[in-house]
Design a protein around this ligand. Structure first.
Ligand code: A3P
Length: 346
């Protein structure tokens, strides 16, 4: 009897053991076959990028990059353009200025948004007589291909200070959205000077010191004929624009904050453009070597702005800086009042 029970137990144990081994073998084989089926998915990408507060927003982002990149390279056929219903659309928003305010950084960062497509080059349609005479179809043809639901954005900082531009843009689209990125006016003027200085040096030409250009030697007052100074009188230029567009059509971007902490500024722009919030911390990372935030499109593609952005400024006589700041102060106050955006400029 005992012998019979022991034999039964042994049989049961054998059965259970075979079942367990069978399941184990099945699992090993299954995992193996799964791995063979998905060899291109590395472990890191399954877990998501480390130390990132938010996930990469959209698959469509990659899709958009891929297709639009091909088109830009000239590799897409007419059929593909037609098939994907791609169009060249007039801009629904323009970064009109201000030169050296961070216009390139703003455009590139907005282009991270899946619903935004940038015109890479400055088109200078409205400020350049020859271009303007070419007509609106010429302008449209300068625009990148996009999907119909996307919006095209261009930037030409000369628009902000050119007399004829507000009326011309109004004639094209009276409900267009206008972005103006500003920096503390004296810093912006020095940045403007630095760009011109670099151009001269490249051609082995000499150039005046900033102090000499910014201060009138006869009167010792600020030289308002100097373009870098005039451009920084933001309110004067804005007032010309306000003859055509109501103030709600403008959004002021803080260019100094775009340098140190870009995301909140970009989120304000997303809201102004009525776009869902899509640009995330994932898309912007601080590059210590460069000293600026750079752009991350996805796990493989990221970029920093060109070296011509973020130049080292020459040292300026502190008394000249103080004089300029005092000069800009009342204009700044007016600018805050009109735009409703306060800055802590000295
Ligand atoms: P500086 O060269 O004076 O530092 P614009 O594109 O309108 O010409 O503006 C250039 C300015 O953009 C640069 O001025 C730089 O400070 C600023 N900027 C803002 N964000 C930047 C970024 N992420 N990378 C490089 N430059 C940036």
């Amino acid at each position: 009897m005992l012998f019979k029970q022991q034999a039964l137990l042994r049989q049961k144990l054998f059965l259970l053991g075979s079942l367990a081994i069978g399941s184990l073998l099945y699992l090993v084989a299954r995992v193996g076959s799964l791995d063979r089926l998905q060899p291109i998915c590395p472990i890191e990408s399954r877990l998501g990028p480390p130390h990132l507060p938010e996930q990469i927003p959209l698959r469509t982002l990659q899709y958009k990059r891929g297709l639009l990149h091909e088109i830009r390279k000239g590799n897409a056929t007419k059929e593909q353009i037609h098939l994907h219903n791609l169009v060249q659309q007039l801009p629904r928003a323009i970064i009109i200025g201000v030169r050296k305010g961070g216009t390139r950084a703003l455009l590139e960062m907005l282009n991270l948004h899946p619903a935004v497509v940038k015109a890479s080059q400055e088109i200078h349609f409205f400020d350049n007589e020859q271009n303007y005479a070419r007509g609106i179809d010429w302008y449209r043809e300068k625009m990148p291909f996009s999907f119909p639901h996307q919006i095209t954005i261009e930037k030409s900082p000369a628009y902000f200070i050119t007399e004829e531009v507000p009326e011309r843009i109004f004639k094209m689209n009276s409900s267009i959205k206008l972005l103006i990125i500003v920096r503390e006016p004296t810093t912006r003027a020095v940045s403007d000077y630095t760009q011109v200085l670099e151009g001269k040096e490249r051609k082995n030409k000499t150039y005046h010191k900033f102090e000499k250009l910014a201060i009138d030697a006869n009167t010792c007052d600020v030289n308002t004929k100097y373009k870098a100074v005039r451009t920084s009188i933001y309110t004067k230029h804005l007032e010309r624009w306000l003859k055509y567009f109501p103030v709600e059509h403008f959004h002021i971007v803080d260019g100094d904050r775009l340098i140190t902490d870009p995301l909140p500024e970009l989120q304000l722009v997303e809201r102004f453009l009525n776009l869902p919030s899509r640009i995330s911390r994932y898309n912007l990372y601080f590059n210590a070597t460069r000293g600026f935030y750079c752009l991350r499109f996805n796990n493989v593609f990221n970029k920093c702005l060109a070296g011509s952005k973020g130049r080292i400024h020459p040292e300026v006589d502190p008394s000249v800086v103080a004089k300029l700041r005092k000069f800009f102060h009342p204009f700044n106050q007016k600018f805050y009042q009109i735009t409703g955006r306060m800055f802590n400029w000295p």
